[in-house]
Unconditional design. Structure first.
Length: 325
């Protein structure tokens, strides 16, 4: 399979309409078409963008089952057909139900040849009825490169990104719904006041400062570039923007190179498509790839050995108790 020296990619931010996949699919079609006309070969949309995200935590299991679809369902079929029509890969997030009635926060990349690769979030915390996945998702693409998918909080655990790189991925799709969250950590993110979003047309400077500040871009800069740099991979960060139930997502869609440098980004308080060329020739001699070869796996048994204080994703995400060190 010939290696593509350059891959043109787009990351998208938009405000999903809760429980309206029909409207969200129209937005996906419009923005995917825009990206394709700009030459994008792969277009990455946010986590759970087909039905909305944060409001799901308030729903009953029966309501979630009503909103969910199988990976081969009508909504993914629509996206797959769009990918074939535009000749691009399109990634979308959705609520999946399997044949046994298990629910997952899932994300599918629909390739232009009709192939679909689906990742189930490894650390799902949105609802106690939503299960966590158990597998990494790394696969070949028509462009001669391997792509991996990690959803939102999956990326916050460093082991997941390293495992994805070790499985051969050189491009990581990282769909999110983040920024403006109510963190339990005293110096973590805090909510963006809704009045700033509501008044964004009248006072764009205020919402822009909030999106770039410690509850948006500054928080991302504490860790996201390190995931790219330490593993020698490109990261395609897509995010929601605007109202997400009672929180405001900060967008900040961006593309990072294997050195952790930002190739392209936005902090507009609006939907946006960010497009850039990925110079895949940067990967082989990148710092992360060179350092990975110096690993000493015989020392890393501690990484897979239970410490006795492990808890589930929901408990880890929402607990207010200090962690005993």
């Amino acid at each position: 399979m010939p290696v593509t020296p350059t891959l043109r990619a787009s990351v998208v931010q938009f405000e999903a309409v809760p429980d309206r996949p029909d409207l969200n699919l129209k937005t996906i079609r419009r923005l995917a078409d825009k990206a394709a006309k700009d030459g994008a070969q792969i277009v990455v949309f946010p986590e759970m963008c087909l039905i909305g995200y944060w409001h799901l935590r308030r729903q009953t299991r029966d309501r979630l089952l009503h909103l969910a679809q199988p990976a081969g369902g009508e909504h993914l079929h629509t996206v797959t057909k769009l990918a074939e029509e535009l000749g691009v890969g399109i990634g979308v997030g959705f609520l999946e139900v399997d044949v046994d009635g298990q629910l997952y926060n899932s994300y599918s990349l629909c390739l232009p040849d009709g192939t679909v690769h689906t990742h189930r979030k490894l650390h799902a915390f949105e609802h106690d009825a939503i299960s966590s996945g158990s597998d990494y998702t790394v696969f070949d693409t028509p462009w001669g490169i391997k792509v991996g998918i990690l959803i939102c909080w999956d990326n916050n655990l460093v082991e997941n990104v390293r495992a994805t790189a070790l499985l051969g991925a050189t491009v990581l799709i990282a769909p999110h719904q983040t920024g403006g969250t109510n963190s339990m950590s005293p110096r973590g993110m805090q909510p963006i006041p809704q009045r700033l979003w509501d008044n964004r047309a009248e006072d764009p400077a205020a919402i822009g400062a909030a999106f770039r500040g410690p509850n948006g871009r500054e928080w991302l800069m504490r860790w996201l570039p390190a995931r790219a740099h330490d593993n020698g991979i490109f990261v395609l960060f897509s995010n929601g923007v605007g109202r997400d139930d009672d929180e405001i997502r900060t967008g900040n869609a961006m593309i990072l190179d294997p050195y952790g440098a930002i190739v392209a980004e936005t902090w507009v308080a609006d939907e946006a498509v960010v497009t850039a060329d990925l110079d895949l020739g940067l990967v082989p001699l990148s710092t992360g790839r060179r350092w990975i070869r110096g690993r000493r796996p015989e020392l890393y048994d501690i990484l897979s050995r239970p410490q006795g204080n492990e808890v589930g994703a929901r408990a880890a995400r929402f607990s207010t108790k200090p962690v005993r060190v």
